[in-house]
Design a protein around this ligand. Sequence first.
Ligand code: PHE
Length: 455
Amino acid sequence: METNQNRVNFGSKIGAILAAAGSAVGLGNIWRFPYETGNHGGAAFILIYLLCIVVLGLPIMMAEFAIGRHSRANTAGAYKVLAPGTPWRGVGYMGVLAGFLILSYYSVVAGWTLEYTWQAVGNGFAGMNAEGYTQFFADFSANPWRSLLWMLVFMLMTHWVIIKGVKKGIEKSAKIMMPVLFILILVLAVCSVMLPGAGAGLEFLLKPDFSKVTPDVFLGAMGQAFFSLSLGLGCLSTYASYFGKDTNLSKTALSVGLIDTLVAITAGLIIFPAAFSVGVSPDAGPSFLFITLPNVFQMAFGSVPFLAYIFSVMFYVLLALAAFTSTISMHEVVTAFVHEDWKLSRTKAAWCVTIFCTLLGVFSALSFGVLADMKIFGLTFFDFLDTLTSKVMLPLGGMLISVFAGWYLDRRIVWEEISNNGSLKVPFFKLYIFILKFVAPIAIGFIFLNELGLW
Ligand code: PHE
């Protein structure tokens, strides 16, 4: 396969950074990170998480960038260019499949964010009590038509951005949505931190408690870093195939890692102070976002109903935006593959992805209601796909990507990409290769074995 030098590019470096950051910043940052942090030793967990980002996340992200930009192809095509005729292309196919599967279930929860935005805008949460929220969520998530409808809307929104193309769709939407997301998250954090009694939440989030740091916490932090940075499925390598020649890969990776981490920590500054100020202790999973939080917001700001209203609206719009820039990146992984590998037009390729993903998504959506009893390995369809992708496919993909870039790929290619053909100084290059060759594969091997309960 030829490298495609006439491929479209992102129009600007900042566009490239915002698109990649849009992929990384998602539902994973807003509920999973704060929860993991609070329960695993606050600032102690944040320190370990930062270490994982720097030692594992950024090197693998740079490897994905180098693979994508050098091959200028979708993630499966990249291996055909860089390692023709070898089984390495399997890593690309697995990434495409992972992107497809994640999109199918992620868009179910993304659809919920639209329902909740809709309810918040219509002031539907006002005056409910705690049981009311639980009932509302149970009724809504089990109602086949409502959740299917919102999932379809979310999928069509994603589709619309994808068919507009790389520059006018992905880049432009990221340039509009990411700044809005930053403003919303900052305003919400400031409001939440100013609530009376917010200090207990801050303490829960930030006070380092090293006694809670077990080996498990290390592994949890690594897994979280992976999912949160969208690593391991070729999402960022697909985006990098649209990077310009002068994009500085290390700087871009650093910016994406920094934005992703700051958003995650700021999300904690929204959730915990609000929850603690009304005496609600945080718990895990979607139920926290969709049952506990609407209640928390009403209670915390209830004395000024308008504040409660505007806070809820902003929060669910924030969630929807974060999910949206992520679903766009998953869709693009698969669309770029179908377009280039199966030689369909971009629009036809996008329709294929949208239609088949929606069909698969139906099973995930219904697994909260009529299909709740359909179990695979004891898990509902939704949980099965989540476990299969985030606990098996992404770590495995990440490990193989670092082995590929560290051991297989010509050292010159890696150097050319990281240094932009020698125009940038790369003082850390030897250390970088050492991490790719040894540190990352071994560390991820441990997460992987641990997640599977084999270690
Ligand atoms: N990083 C996204 C989040 O934090 C999820 C994601 C995973 C996006 C894999 C793209 C690819 O929610």
